[in-house]
Ligand binder design. Sequence first.
Ligand SMILES: [Zn+2]
Length: 93
Amino acid sequence: MPIYEYACMNCEKVVSRYVRNVSKDEPACPECGGADIHRVMSSFAMHLSLVTKLDQLDPKYDKMIDAASPDLAFENLVKKYRLDEPIPKRDKV
Ligand SMILES: [Zn+2]
């Protein structure tokens, strides 16, 4: 029995499903029940699956990811682009 990956357009998750008969079986998303799901190519599915997995990681890993790539850490981006500071008024010259 083949397993296909589907991307749900409703909840933006990728789900794997056993499909007995592709032409007959119109699966709904097991996550949200949405019918707007599309069979995806494996590379696309793998990519989306990775994104989904990252998405489903425990939030505590966010810190680890931040620590692993400090340049991309949210706090550093805030500092870099001075998002935490008010827009500076022009000084009198
Ligand atoms: Zn869904």
